[in-house]
Design a protein around this ligand. Structure first.
Ligand SMILES: Cc1cc2nc3c(=O)[nH]c(=O)nc-3n(C[C@H](O)[C@H](O)[C@H](O)COP(=O)(O)O)c2cc1C
Length: 418
């Protein structure tokens, strides 16, 4: 590594306990074996039952958006910068006035707890140790209060608003009471997406056994013994712990339990206004794709907008956030922080997003791949890879700090003549 880990640009990250010698050994093994996120993904594919892996990895319908998210990042080229002394670089930055190790936070991923026993806790621990925020999803298998026990955690809570608003507002209060830093309202999941592979695999969220998934799990005994059995011994079938008892119907293909009351298809701007009143800390709105929506959210006092197509998992054919970033920057840049997600797999993707005006990115699947290989140590490995790649791209493009990453670092292709 370079100065990335040592230069203190924007304040001091909290001290965290040094890794144990077993963790350090494991980290070294991972570093030798998994050289990029694609390696971690492949290992994850082998480790997890097919139904679980595809639930994490795949998109919706024809997976147009899933594929386009990667294609959109690939289509953006970078420019080397000549003769800049980049010997002292740093990937550090800040968000909401607090330092972070790089411009990246971990996205909410419901049922991350199926990657590893208490997977959400592992991801949150890794984020705290690495120095980036972690987002707990409403459908998580681990509770708000348990996540709050993570030492020095910078925790955000993601909200799916239910029909019964008072139940959702009670969750917001729990997150506030537990000291969560920020709240994200997800707006791109008004209806349940169509994910045919879940049905074919017999996979449902919440997890249920059926003949197909039993066969699948039997062929992945390590996951059975290291993930499922510990859950069954400790508390029974893993389930979304924030959902009220009785709300958890079988919902193949959906991350959202099927019971009528848990559907959030009547969410409006009034709900955002109510949340702005309820939540005292930074508030984000996730799943924004239209400039006028971003402008309206800003006028209502949100602290950041998150451009997202849910990692290609919801509306198939939804535009890729990196493509519309310049348009949204033109509308609300300078008035709010803009964060994007969907398709980040390399540190150079982070540089491209920041160059086009994003304050930071969210990453979903990278952490899931890492967690499914080695819990918190695997997530830290994924983050280390991304940071190293970002640092490398910064060196080539002549950016010594995140603040120096600007539009001159990228090339979008031939532009129309003025
Ligand atoms: C398995 C999985 C579960 C997800 N669950 C949620 C969720 O509960 N709430 C939410 O707002 N987004 C959810 N997302 C979307 C992520 O927050 C994020 O938008 C997406 O993963 C970004 O794309 P990437 O995976 O390519 O980084 C989920 C994504 C995945 C992969």
């Amino acid at each position: 590594m370079t100065g990335a880990a040592t230069t203190n640009v924007t304040g001091t990250l909290p001290r965290v306990a040094a890794p144990t010698s077993a963790e350090a050994r494991l980290a070294k093994q991972l570093a030798d074996r998994y050289l990029n996120i694609a390696d971690l993904r492949e290992a994850s594919r082998k480790r997890l039952p097919k139904g679980v892996f595809e639930f994490f990895d795949r998109g919706s319908e024809d997976e147009i958006s899933l594929n386009e998210n990667r294609a959109a990042f690939r289509s953006i080229k970078m420019r080397n910068k000549a003769l800049v002394d980049v010997s002292n670089r740093s990937t550090r930055t800040e968000l909401f006035g607090k330092p972070m190790a790089m411009p990246l936070a971990l996205a909410p991923t419901g049922a991350a707890g199926l990657t590893w026993y208490e997977g959400e806790l592992e991801v949150a621990r890794a984020a705290a140790r690495f120095g980036v925020p972690f987002t707990l999803a409403t459908p998580a298998l681990t509770s708000i209060e348990r996540i709050a026990t993570v030492e020095n955690g910078r925790n955000w809570f993601q909200l799916y608003m239910w029909r019964e608003r008072e139940l959702s507002h009670a969750l917001v209060k729990r997150a506030q009471d537990a000291g969560f830093e920020a709240l994200i309202l997800t707006t791109d999941t008004a209806v349940s997406p169509i994910r045919e592979y879940n049905k074919r695999n017999g996979f449902s969220s919440p997890f249920h056994f059926n003949p197909r998934i039993v066969m699948d799990v039997a062929m992945h005994p390590r996951w059975l013994f290291e993930v499922m059995l510990p859950y069954l011994r400790a508390s029974g079938m893993p389930r979304p712990v924030h959902y009220p008892e009785g709300s958890q119907g079988r919902a193949a293909g959906s991350t959202v339990p099927s019971a009528r009351t848990m559907q959030g298809d009547n969410l409006t701007w009034d709900d955002l206004a109510r949340l702005r009143d309820l939540w005292k800390g930074p508030l984000m709105i996730k799943g924004v794709n239209l400039p006028e929506d971003a402008a309206k959210a800003v006028s209502m006092g949100v602290d950041a907008v998150v451009l997202s197509n849910h990692g290609g998992r919801n509306l198939d054919g939804a535009v890729s956030p990196i493509e519309i970033l310049p348009e949204i920057v033109a509308e609300v840049g300078g008035k709010t922080d803009i964060i994007i997600d969907s398709g980040v797999r390399r540190g150079s993707d982070v540089l491209k997003a920041v160059a086009l005006g994003a304050k930071a990115v969210l990453s979903g699947r990278c952490a899931l791949y890492g967690a499914s290989i080695a819990g918190a140590v695997g997530v830290e490995h994924a983050l280390t890879l991304l940071r190293k790649e970002l640092d490398t791209a910064m060196g080539f493009t002549g950016c010594r700090t995140v603040a120096e990453i600007g539009p001159r670092a990228v090339w979008l292709g031939p532009q129309p003549q003025a």
